[in-house]
Design a protein around this ligand. Structure first.
Ligand code: ADP
Ligand code: MG
Ligand code: MG
Length: 912
């Protein structure tokens, strides 16, 4: 017979899989001497057995009864009878925290007898009935499945009759009346009497908590956050002696963070309510007070709370998010877990906790999830706006967002899916609203504090949130909100600043984020720790500048065709494509040369002394021309226009008195139109000539370089001349020339030879030397298999994992993502999108083969990756493991990649 129940004093605080995070930490805290009310944990194994078959494991309730006896001994109270009845909470808790996703029942153990005992024992009728009515509702909802609305309508009615606004103003008699009405609700809705046998209560509650693991909310949440069974399987149940924060004004309940989770500041942070029970703080029923106020209100308990905070942090070496209750002056800790923080706070606390010697530098690096850094690159509101603040709430989750107001989660989801920018506006949010969060750009609530559901969930998602904006009155039924005299209708655009708590009418422009000192420090450590260098994909001088601000150590991919697309060049590029002779083509290329050279000078200068890898022209030429469809339409329009011009000329000739014509029209001669028509028709012929069945597998990359050598020659000359010009300006440059789409050694030999000739010529003309590296993209399967040969000429390889993935899977990204890939992922036919996460099993194997072949030929072969996956932490780990020298990714991903590269090295040191 296996053991299913562990007391807080005996459970293994490390075993979160078995005891759940909450349970394990309750055990741990008990064992290090923190004041936790006595209790015990029923394991996740028991939950799985229950969900698997018929009923609770055989001996479970016997074990539970034994533990209850222990609780009775420890507390001197008795379960199910007076004079001093034992009440417990029945709380869910799985291996991973899923805030608010599963159920908890408080005050279990009340029935008519124990209620009388409680009244006798405390002499506080109001308190006893308050506990009772809460228990009936929670138990009714959780264990008997009765919707809150049936209870709430009675509650509100009594409140209204009594003429009170706040729950705390209700008298004992009101609460008594409410309790009786609630018992009726149970009779009617559940078709049974409220169970008075406390062991039956306990059993039903345990089963209900077990079942909540498979509840829709919890299942959705696990799917959204990718919580698989090997991460968390089943929920444990924690049975914990009740302590009461609602026994009077020397009682309180609250939630704290050991540091500020919004900024990382090392300060007391949290909220509390006097004379209230746990859920009241989180649910946003009353707006709680900031924790520092407790210092004035209960100085002695505040001191204890500061001690509790210190004990938790030194023990867990991590920021904690904890729950506490003060009953008649005694402080209890009811829960602790690692605090969810936004990126800024995670970075700041990492750096500071290293400074405080709580963490080593490596621990501080490993503690920050790389993906989180992307939040730091979130924009903030442009301070130079003249928009008016219409409401002020609490800054609950930083970042700024604009969008249309939407008052319920379902509509939010609908509009969000349709691509609208929206702000979810609610009085308060509940776990049922989670789908609305996913769809929204930001969240605004009129009630609740910084630890309310809305705040916690928004922070977890990195979305801006303003909570408790009490000036706003939300009227969901009328689909509007009132702020003073003003009315905000659904669909009106508002802007939130989650960093200040301000709410504005209308949309406000945002400005990009800047690096904090802490982030710069952390990334500095990362660079010292990593083996992999992090380069950026950047095509223009502007992008290069931004990339170097993100800390890129060079450019791993500069796509020259992007330079061709600017409005001042495209006409020249088109002339080059339309050229019918080599001579005409050269004439166009001669005009392009200085433009490209200038671009390169700028890019090289920005990145100096870091390397810049320039890829020679890659896409098929038709990409620079309009589509056939567009051209046909333009030609049709021009023909109509030609008729009009002719008609106008004829008309003027026949008119005997002058007509006032606009100048522009007078100047327009038929010739202009004829020229334009001829040009378009030439383009159309070219477009038809260039048409390919599979352009991506057609005439592109080095194949253009071989068939139209003058194009690559011009580009190589522009690169080398730019390098020489930079050297003259005293700029230290390292150009690298990279050939795309290579399948055979002969291709690169060809290009290399051309490059050597150009260098020789330039060096002779100028009498100066120019150094460069020559290499190839590895993006065809054949190139992987011929790597040994290619490395004979190529001095570096760069894996183009987008094309290589398409080639390996034999499907194109666009078709896959638009047609079948989502379904493949959903059905588990493919685990991930291979265009986002490098496919280690297939593409990864080819990469390994190419690395091995290439390095066998050329020991110091420099190898990197420039596909989009280069910025993904898992792919970076792989790149580290196979011995690449660098990854190259888009500019904003560079900080993520720098941290991931450091972590990859630290992790591989642990496993080796
Ligand atoms: P959740 O996971 O939703 O936070 P909990 O199990 O932590 O659910 O409980 C919900 C609320 O009830 C919390 O505020 C908690 O502090 C409070 N609570 C739970 N058990 C007790 C107890 N034994 N005494 C007093 N308050 C409790
Ligand atoms: Mg909790
Ligand atoms: Mg490619």
């Amino acid at each position: 017979m296996s053991k299913h129940v562990y007391s807080f004093a005996e459970g293994d605080g490390q075993n979160k899989k078995l005891l759940g995070g909450k349970g394990a930490n309750l055990c741990e805290m008990t064992q290090i001497g923190i004041n936790v009310p006595p209790g015990f944990v029923i394991t996740t194994e028991a939950c799985l057995e229950y969900l698997d078959g018929d009923g609770l494991p055989d001996s479970l309730m016997d074990e539970v009864r034994e533990e209850i006896e222990q609780l009775e001994k420890a507390t001197g109270k008795t379960f199910g009878k007076g004079p001093d009845p034992l009440l417990v909470s029945v709380r869910s808790g799985s291996a991973l925290s899923m805030p608010g996703m599963m159920d908890t029942v408080l005050n279990l153990g009340l029935n008519e007898d124990t209620l009388a005992g409680l009244i006798e024992q405390t002499g506080d009728e109001r308190f006893a009935y308050d506990a009772y009515r809460r228990f009936i509702q929670l138990f009714g909802k959780v264990a008997l499945g009765i919707d809150d609305v049936y209870f709430d309508e009675h509650f509100d009615a009594v409140k209204q009759q009594a003429g009170v606004k706040a729950d705390v103003s209700l008298e004992a008699e009101h609460l008594k009346e409410i309790s009786e009405l609630f018992l009726d609700v149970v009779r009617q809705q559940a078709g049974r009497d409220f169970p008075s046998d406390v062991i039956e209560q306990l059993q039903l509650a345990v089963e209900a908590v077990f079942r909540s693991w498979m509840g829709k909310r919890a299942v959705d949440y696990r799917r959204e956050f990718n919580i698989t069974p090997d991460l968390a399987n089943g929920t444990a149940v924690n049975i914990c002696t009740m302590v009461f924060g609602n026994k009077g004004n020397d009682c309180a309940t609250g939630v704290g963070f050991t540091r500020n989770p919004g900024t990382g500041e090392n300060e007391m942070f949290g909220e509390y309510l006097t004379n209230a029970q746990g859920e009241d703080v989180v649910a946003g029923i009353r707006t709680p007070k900031p924790i520092v106020d407790l210092g004035d209100e209960m100085p002695e308990q505040y001191k204890q709370l500061v001690e509790l905070r210190n004990t938790l942090e030194t023990h867990y070496k991590e920021v904690q998010d904890y729950e506490f209750t003060i009953e008649k002056g005694t402080l209890y800790c009811l829960q602790t877990r690692n605090g969810k923080m936004n990126a800024a706070a995670t970075v700041k606390t990492s750096v500071e906790m290293f400074g405080e010697k709580l963490l080593t530098r490596n621990e501080a690096l490993l503690r920050v999830p790389p993906e989180l850094l992307e939040q730091l690159l979130h924009p903030t509101l442009d301070p130079n706006n003249d928009a008016r603040v219409v409401a002020q709430g609490l800054p609950a989750s930083p970042g700024a967002a604009s969008g249309k107001c939407v008052f319920d989660a379902d509509l939010a989801e609908k509009l969000g899916n349709a691509g609208e920018q929206i702000i979810l506006v609610r009085e308060e949010t509940r776990p049922e609203d989670i789908h609305g969060f996913f769809a929204a750009q930001g969240i605004l609530t009129s009630r609740g504090g910084k630890t309310s559901h809305a705040a916690v969930v928004a922070r977890g998602m990195g979305k801006p949130c303003v909570a408790g904006a009490e000036g706003i009155v939300v009227d969901v039924a009328a689909r509007l909100a009132r702020v003073g005299e003003r009315t905000i209708h659904e669909g009106d655009v508002i802007t939130l600043d989650g960093g200040t708590g301000e709410v504005y009418l209308g949309a406000i422009p945002t400005i990009p984020a800047h690096f904090s000192d802490e982030l710069a420090e952390l990334l500095g450590w990362a660079d010292e720790t990593a083996n992999l260098k992090v380069m950026a994909n950047a095509d223009t001088p502007d992008a290069a500048k931004r990339a170097s601000e993100y800390g890129a150590m060079g450019i791993g991919l500069c796509r020259t065709e992007r330079m061709f697309n600017a409005t001042d060049r495209l006409p020249i590029v088109i002339d080059m494509i339309l050229a019918n002779s080599e001579e005409d083509r050269k004439a166009a290329l001669d005009r392009l040369l200085p433009i490209q050279r200038d671009d390169f000078v700028k890019v090289f200068t920005v990145m100096a002394p870091n390397p810049v890898t320039v890829r020679l022209l890659d896409p098929p030429m038709h990409e620079f021309l309009p589509t056939e469809h567009d051209l046909l339409e333009q030609i049709e329009n021009l023909e109509v226009y030609r008729k009009i011009v002719r008609g106008r000329q004829a008309a003027i000739a026949t008119l005997d008195h002058a007509v006032d014509l606009p100048e522009a029209l007078q100047e327009l001669s038929g010739e202009h139109v004829n020229d334009a028509l001829a040009h378009k028709e030439r383009m159309l012929r070219k477009v038809r000539e260039l048409e390919e069945v599979n352009p991506m597998l057609g005439h592109r990359g080095v194949r253009i370089g071989i068939t139209y050598p003058e194009i690559y020659e011009m580009q190589i000359q522009a690169i080398l001349e730019a390098a020489m010009q930079c050297a003259e300006n005293g700029v230290d440059v390292r150009p690298e020339i990279m050939v795309p789409q290579v399948i055979t050694l002969q291709e690169i030999t060809h290009v290399r030879r051309a490059a050597d000739e150009i260098v020789a010529r330039l060096e002779e003309e100028s009498g100066k030397k120019v150094a460069f590296k020559f290499g190839t993209m590895i993006e065809t399967v054949r190139a992987c298999t011929r790597a040994w040969h290619l490395a004979g000429v190529a001095e570096f390889f760069s894996f183009g994992t987008n094309d290589l993935t398409q080639a390996t899977f034999s499907f194109s990204r666009e078709d896959a993502e638009n047609k079948f890939l989502p379904m493949y992922n959903e059905m588990g036919v493919l685990q991930d999108n291979p265009f986002e996460v490098l496919d280690l099993k297939g593409v990864g194997k080819l990469i390994k083969m190419a690395v091995q072949g290439g390095r066998e030929q050329r020991e110091d072969l420099k190898i990197g990756i420039c596909g989009e996956q280069g910025g993904h932490p898992d792919s970076i780990q792989f790149c580290h493991d196979v011995g690449l020298n660098y990854v190259s990714c888009s500019g904003p991903r560079v900080p993520v990649a720098r941290l991931a590269a450091a972590q990859a090295n630290l992790r591989s040191q642990v496993t080796n």
